[in-house]
Design a protein around this ligand. Structure first.
Ligand code: ADP
Ligand code: GN1
Ligand code: MG
Length: 368
């Protein structure tokens, strides 16, 4: 249920804005929230904001989610200030409502928030320059390093079992079993692809449970369009989309970035001959991420990086396929088989990683 401009402007009125509201339009290519660019006029100039409707069907506790966002952004801003950076640009800045809340609940039960717009920076849906991918890796690694001292116990689990691949597999099997839309028989090949790799789904979960891998505060959704690249310096200036910052593994953040950014094709590419895991991009991201983490990754974590990449890609493909089987209620889709196309690119990436396994291991071993 999209809102019209007038309704959006009324929602924007609830927040402490500079200038006069002028324009509001849909913005970005996220799969979860409804994002709008709001432009205000100040004298001869303009000021931009990001207005977002939080998806409260997915994030069941928007208040807890915003508590996380305020906690994490305040923490990051302080660190950035101490390091001589610009906290207005290098972290998200929450705009509060006139009553001092970090979000607004509308009468129809929808939840809204506002951020300062990070100016002169861009998010990319595909790697345009290899150096950008390297810089995104440094920034995501650095983000994790900065959050090393964040009190993890203060974080709400915004989506329980978000990267619990065992649980994702169970939900996938339940969706196949139920076959709510009668789509399973036509995607048997994709279903089998997952089932053949069912044992793999346990690997990271088991290592976290046994303590072989450390639990850290992680971003958990590190795709390239969740980082703003500065238009001039081309550095990863600001990590955005903090909805899933929760305790997790460094391998989730590393793996999800590889899944999306090291793919030679788009996440929803229909022509699978364009989809593969680019070894140069894989190597560049590995270099940048380990540098950004600045020595904090354990030897085991480094050895497991290829597995992180493979499992995050398998898990995401499985999630797209689950959503397809359940009737596309989770991810936004823009064409009927969008989730199936997305699932196929992920599985194609997984297969390509498996074929290149020795090379992937060679690349990461340089950083031990
Ligand atoms: P979703 O959870 O739906 O992915 P995001 O928070 O990632 O939503 O926002 C969607 C897009 O909006 C981003 O990919 C980015 O292009 C843009 N965006 C979000 N926040 C900002 C911001 N503070 N400044 C500039 N652009 C932003
Ligand atoms: C979603 O919110 P967005 O578009 O950045 C999803 C990620 C998936 C990704 C796949 C909260 O990310 O987990 O990896 O789509 N976010 C949530 O593109 O489920
Ligand atoms: Mg996003």
């Amino acid at each position: 249920m999209g809102k019209n401009k007038e309704e959006l402007m009324q929602i924007a009125d609830k927040f402490c804005l500079d200038g006069e509201k002028e324009q509001v339009e849909p913005y970005g290519s996220g799969h979860i929230n409804d994002t709008y660019l709001l432009t205000c006029k100040i004298g001869d100039g303009k000021k931009n904001y990001i207005l977002q409707r939080m998806n409260h069907e997915i994030f069941k506790d928007p208040a807890g989610l915003m508590e996380n966002v305020v906690g994490v952004t305040t923490f990051l801003q302080k660190k950035i200030r101490e390091n001589g950076g610009n906290p207005e640009r290098e972290a998200l800045n929450v705009i509060y409502t006139h009553t001092g809340e970090s979000y607004y609940k509308a009468e129809d039960g929808t939840y809204w928030r506002m951020y300062k717009f990070v100016e002169d920076a861009t998010t990319y849906d595909l790697v345009e320059k290899k150096e950008d991918f390297y810089e995104s890796a440094v920034a995501f690694g650095h983000f994790q390093k900065l959050l090393e001292e964040y009190p993890a116990a203060n974080l709400h689990e915004t989506i329980p079992d978000f990267h619990n691949t065992i649980d994702r597999l169970a939900k996938f099997k339940a969706a196949v079993e139920k076959d709510a839309c009668g789509r399973a028989s036509a995607v048997q090949e994709e279903i089998n692809f997952v089932l053949e790799r069912a044992d793999d789904c346990h690997i990271l979960c088991d290592m976290l449970a046994s303590g072989e891998l450390p639990l850290r505060v992680t971003h958990n959704d590190t795709k390239l369009n969740n980082i703003m690249i500065d238009n001039e310096s081309r550095k990863g200036i600001c990590v955005i989309d903090l909805d899933t910052v929760m305790p997790g593994s460094a391998l989730y953040d590393y793996g999800d970035s590889i899944r999306f950014g090291a793919n030679t094709g788009a996440e929803d590419e229909k022509d699978l001959s364009k989809v593969s895991c680019d070894l140069d991009l894989f190597a560049l991201y590995t270099k940048g991420f380990t540098e950004g983490c600045n020595g904090s990754l354990t030897e085991k974590e480094i050895r497991m990086l290829p597995m992180g990449a493979k499992l995050m890609t398998l898990e995401c493909g499985m999630r797209f396929l689950t959503d397809y089987l359940e009737g596309d209620h989770y991810f936004k889709i823009h064409r009927p088989e969008h989730n199936l196309d997305r699932c196929r690119t992920q599985f194609c990436m997984v297969k390509d990683m498996e074929d290149k396994w020795g090379k992937l291991q060679e690349i990461v071993e340089q950083y031990i």
